[in-house]
Design a protein around this ligand. Structure first.
Ligand code: COA
Length: 218
């Protein structure tokens, strides 16, 4: 990568806002996070309802792809770090926004997504972080709509989407797996009506205009 390109990436990461909730710090990615994400992705319970790519994505591709999405669009997936408890400072997973280019019929709509290490499940952390991301998306970024792509048997993820005010609107076929997935949708007016607890401070830049981009296959 050229020095100019590296500088642009560095600038994009600096521009990424940090979102703080009571228990989470949603922050830009560090190269070292790939090790933890690889461990999280190696847990079959975590990936049970995810449509896997036919060819495994190398751990390093995740960092590059996520960072490139931030650079192109001014939003993307945040690294979700614990702020409290014994694991304060540890990376727990990711929560954020992306163009789901792995499903071409949905590629121009912005997805809100989440994935956490199993030890972090069941304490409302995904909902807490996703609430802050939703509010940033419909407030600061003024995105008119968010979608979430959820396997019909992924009850935990469905609960997170429902608590964000999303509803299932469509069912599409995931081209990588051939399985059907549900599209959950939230439009901006309904998002504005519910301000769930947990979302708090944020800072940083606004978004670039929506364009097509690439996200890691999930
Ligand atoms: C989906 C995921 C992020 C949820 O994280 P989390 O921090 O446990 O989520 P929350 O605690 O905020 O909410 C989970 C909800 O599921 C409910 N839940 C927990 N266990 C459940 C189960 N076995 N069946 C159904 N619902 C369950 C919880 O009760 C909670 O709902 P409630 O607040 O109404 O009680 C996490 O399970 C995960 O990373 N899964 C693997 C990756 C994944 O599937 N990502 C989503 C792809 S669409």
């Amino acid at each position: 990568m050229s020095a100019a390109s590296q500088q642009r990436r560095s600038d994009a990461r600096r521009a990424a806002p940090e979102l703080l909730t009571r228990r989470l710090r949603l922050r830009p990615w560090r190269r070292a996070d790939e090790v933890v994400m690889a461990q999280i992705n190696a847990d079959p319970e975590v990936t049970r309802h995810l449509s896997r790519p036919r060819t495994p994505v190398p751990a390093t591709a995740f960092y590059e792809i996520v960072t490139a999405h931030w650079e192109a669009h001014g939003f993307g997936f945040w690294a979700a770090e614990a702020r409290t408890g014994e694991r304060a400072g540890d990376l727990l997973g990711f929560i954020g926004l992306g163009y789901p280019t792995f499903i071409p019929v949905l590629a121009t709509r912005v997805e809100i997504g989440w994935r956490l290490a199993r030890h972090a499940w069941g304490r409302g952390l995904a909902t807490e972080g996703a609430t802050a991301v939703r509010d940033h998306a419909v407030g600061d970024l003024q995105l008119p709509e968010l979608i979430s792509i959820i396997h019909p048997e992924n009850a935990r993820s469905q609960r997170v989407a429902a608590k964000l005010g999303m509803t299932p609107t469509e069912r599409v076929v995931h081209p990588m797996s051939g399985t059907e997935v549900d599209v959950w949708t939230l439009t901006r007016p309904s998002a504005a009506q519910s301000q769930a607890p947990g979302a708090a401070a944020r800072g940083g830049a606004g978004a670039a205009p929506p364009r097509r981009a690439r996200t890691a296959p999930r």
